[in-house]
Design a protein around this ligand. Sequence first.
Ligand code: AMP
Length: 418
Amino acid sequence: MAKLIVKDVNVRGKRVLMRVDYNVPMEEKGGQMVINDSTRIKETLPTLRLLVEKGAKVILMAHLGRPDGKREPTMSLRPVSVKLAEMLGRPVQFSDETVGEVAEQQVAKLKEGDILLLENVRYHAEEEANDPAFSEKLARLGDVYVNDAFGAAHRAHSSTAGVAQAIVRNGGVAAGGLLMERELKFLGDELNQPARPFVVILGGAKVSDKIKVIDRLLEKADTILIGGAMAYTFKLAEGLSVGKSLVEPDKTEVAKAAVIKAKAKKVTFLIPSDNLIVDPVDTGKVNKKGRKIFDLTNPRVNAEKDIPANSEGVDIGPATAATFREHVLKAKTVLWNGPMGIFEDPRFAAGTNAVAQAVVDATTQNGAKTIIGGGDSVKAMNMAGFGDKVTFMSTGGGASLEYLEGKELPGVAALSNS
Ligand code: AMP
């Protein structure tokens, strides 16, 4: 069922309570919290401009970090209100309170086109508990609910779910913002009815994180290309050796089942034929999580499917990158989620960069619809300077994965039908 979108709602003179994703990376500099990356703020500007143009009174709510229900000063959203005002080119008011009398009074003073940002919803433990009384308190601040925080839509919290239901109970509507609309269109509709061939590239650390996505996409895709550490579990399932590579030995049955399903569905399912490997050397040190730190030495291409006993796979090899590129260039629809190797280290980023380049070329040369499904692949695209060269990059991490699994996200389910 299609969801109501804010552009189809009459908001003139109404109090629009909008959930946004302003969980931006911050760092303390000279006693002040400074925003390192304002992409998430930028993503909300189209909906905000629309609401201002339509004469709404806009009340923004968001979370920042994990203050666990306490007023943690380093996690205040106040610096975000300053940044937002700068980016919008108009004043943005700030409320030190999220709910209650003071916040309600500030809301009551708003005029058409005004914008007010509420303090971090997670200063209240009730937020993450989706507490009905807290949801009601939030609902007192708005006549219309808008959710433009796709990245938080997989959580059933007060600001993403409970308040939407409360506003609807009070006679209002709950609509998606323009960013939410794009996320649902590209990760939902476009992939449900993809132009063919539909090629999916999946990578990242674990099969267990993505098996449900693989299973669902086996129903839709023509080709699935697997890279990243995830590929080693598939290798193990095929009886190949993976040396010291990151692998999930208890997931080989799941991997086998996916390969059998691919055959039955006539989906081309490829794992790497070659890899970049290293020899890990124990440094005797441990990281913050208490895990041993290894020096990854002697990087070289291993043209065999088997990985030698003392080596570790850290990226796909050049032959695999070339094969993946051929498939991507035949596609009319491409979905990419997860890096092909430890791309954070430039020595092991070539495979991920090659896939990024192929996805860009499929877009520009062949007019393919190319969708980057969130998380580290978005990071990789941005690192390569390709951010604006694909059809769509999702702003969600966990939310994108759950949506791709075909799950109904609580923050989407709570929106009114159109
Ligand atoms: P995910 O969050 O599942 O998409 O996984 C992303 C992480 O997987 C990144 O931090 C990568 O460094 C890591 N990764 C990808 N390939 C490998 C590999 N071959 N060995 C170890 N880690 C990997």
